[in-house]
Design a binder for this molecule. Sequence first.
Ligand code: EPU
Length: 338
Amino acid sequence: MQIRKDFSLKNYNTFGINATARFFAEVTSVEELKKILQHKDYPEKFILGGGSNMLLVNDIEALVIHVNIKGITILSEDVNSVTIKVMAGENWHQMVLWTIEKDFGGLENMSLIPGNTGTAPIQNIGAYGVELKDSFVCCEAMNRINQELETFSKEDCKFGYRESFFKSEGKDNFVITSVTLKLTKNNHKLNTSYGAIEEELQNKNIINPTIKDVSNAVIAIRNNKLPDPKKLGNSGSFFKNPIITKSQFEIFIEKHPTSPFYKVSESEYKIPAGWLIEQCGFKGKRYGDAGVHSKQALVLVNYDNATGKEILNLAHKIINEVNSKFEIIIKPEVNLIK
Ligand code: EPU
């Protein structure tokens, strides 16, 4: 395993930020991961997966460990379902395509989400009415202190909206090495109720969609709205959709009756941050090489050479404007690496 010095991370984060890792190593097996975590010469270590949900605000002085452990195994199957174990370094979308080719259902709505499978549990990734937790069985993670592999059940992971144990109490203490998922082999439970999917299927005159049809519809929708990180640096939704109380919501909706919203529970409502940001006039705006995507205001983009600080300044500007116009505080969904 090679340890490189002063290594550019531009190709290792989907925002395309040209931050430098003082030291960098790639691990391709659980054994290598164990060894490098034990390395005494580099006391500070930073774990990097697919780099799709982070903003590198500064250079990283630590040893950056890029987890690139590959492999997909079928653990068990019966007539109705199959359980697969996916190693952390598998690209999420390539893995989803593999399941669809095999007609294994459950992940189709989450097609084309950037990043690696090992990072999916950290923020319980989700799209179009489906979240990772819906097909999640368990994951294995290496304890960074004693290098033991531990298994985390769905309950242990404490999944919430873009939240988990690994983002809260367990933050920075574990490296996820594999994810185990249970998928359907027949009687797929299609979830096409999310408006855009139905519309896309109707446009194609598809009445009885297969999981592949749903996946293709999601791919078409995402391609239309979300920029391809290979062409335009970005980290997907930069902000979470804010959840406000019922009493806040009643005042808000009276003032802004055209706002879309989702009822989360009897006492909580979710407002699309994309709408709030668009109302503040940011959609499509560019400041140097940092900008707000023209088709989805929730996505911040790097036109080429924006620094992490420039993107962060833009984010603060947006947070302040949204707060002064709507009295709602929106929070970043991406991890800010400072
Ligand atoms: N909207 C606007 N202007 C915009 C963007 C959105 O008015 O610029 C409005 C839309 O018209 C719609 C509502 O906001 O009424 C919701 O928009 P959309 O369906 O595009 O979804 P979102 O809430 O903006 C969330 C996820 C996405 C996920 C989509 C689809 C979060 C933070 N984002 O976005 O996830 O793909 O739903 O399920 O929950 C990601 O996490 O990186 C991500 C892309």
